[in-house]
Design a protein around this ligand. Sequence first.
Ligand SMILES: [Zn+2]
Length: 333
Amino acid sequence: MAEPDVVRMMREFGAGVLAEEEKQFAAMVKVWLEVERSLEGQMSALALEIERARDAGIMVSMEQVRKWERFQRLLGEAKREVTKYEKYAEVMISGRQKELVEAGWANAEEAVRLARPADWQEFIGALPVKALENMVGLGGDGSPLAALLAKASEDSGVGLMRSLTQAVALGWNPAKTARAMADGLAGGLDRALLIARTEQMRVLRESARMGYQSSGVVVQYKRIASISPRTCLACLLSDGQLYDVTTDFEEHPAGRCGLVPVVVGVAEPQWETGRQWLLNQPDAVQQDFMGVKAWEAWRVGEVTLDEMVTRHEDGVWGRYLTPTGITELLGRG
Ligand SMILES: [Zn+2]
C-alpha cells in the first residue's frame, strides 16, 4: 500500500525528532559520567574501608557502614552532585520542550496542508503564547519539571544504598563494590532520561493536537506508531486508531507515537497498521512482541488482540494505554 504524503511526512518528522533525541541523550549521559567521576574517589575509598574492616576481623554490616563518617560524606556529596545534575537536566528538557512545542505546531500546519492540498488556504496561525507557557517546564501531571526531576535524586540514593547493601552482605571486593555503587547511582540518570523522553514527546503531541484543532478543518486524528523491535505491543496494536481531535492523546511514559490529521471532506489517510503488519509476520516475530504465552493463547482463540491492550484513566496523569500484563490477560474470560 503506497502511503499518502502526509503519512510519509509524519514518519520522516518522527524519525528526525528521535534522531535529535538520541544526540540529546548522548549529551545527558556524558554529563552524568562527570557526576560519577566526581564521586569515584569517595566510592572507592568507602569500598576499601569496608575491606579493611573485614580484614581486621570485623563482621561488617550495613547498619555499621551507615554510621561511618566516610559513608555519610559520600551520601551528602552524591546528593549535591545529583541535585546539580537535575538542574542541568531541567534546563535541557525545558529548552527542548520549547523547541518541540513550536515544531509540533509547524508540523501540524504542514500535515493539514498535505492532507488537504487542493483548497487549503487558511493557515493555522501563530502558536498561542499561552500554549507555550502552559507546557514548557511542566510535566504531564501539571507539576514543574523540577519536582519530577527531584525523583532522580531519590532514585540515585535508593540505588546507591541497594547496591552497597548487597555488596556488604555478599562480601564483594572493593572494585566490584565501587562499580556497583556507581551503577546504583545511575538510577538517577535513568529517571532523568525517562522524564526527558516522556515530557518532550508529550508537549510535541499536545501542540500538534492543538494546531489541528485550531485549523478548524481537522475533526479527528489517527495515531501513528513507528514500528521497530522497541515498539510496545499496545502502541503497535493501536496504530491507526481514530480519535476525536478534542481527545487527549493516549500515551504512556516514553511513548513515541504521533498524530496524523483527518481533514473534513478528504478520505482518511490509510496505511498498513501495526496490527496488519504484525499479522503478516512470522511466528517468531509475533512471539517477540506478544510473549510466547500470550501468543499461544491467542493462536488457540483464548484471547484477542484487543485484550492485549489495556486503557488506563488516571486522575493525575490522564489517559494512557499499556500492554496487558500476562497474568491479567490469561486470567480473563
Ligand atoms: Zn507503547
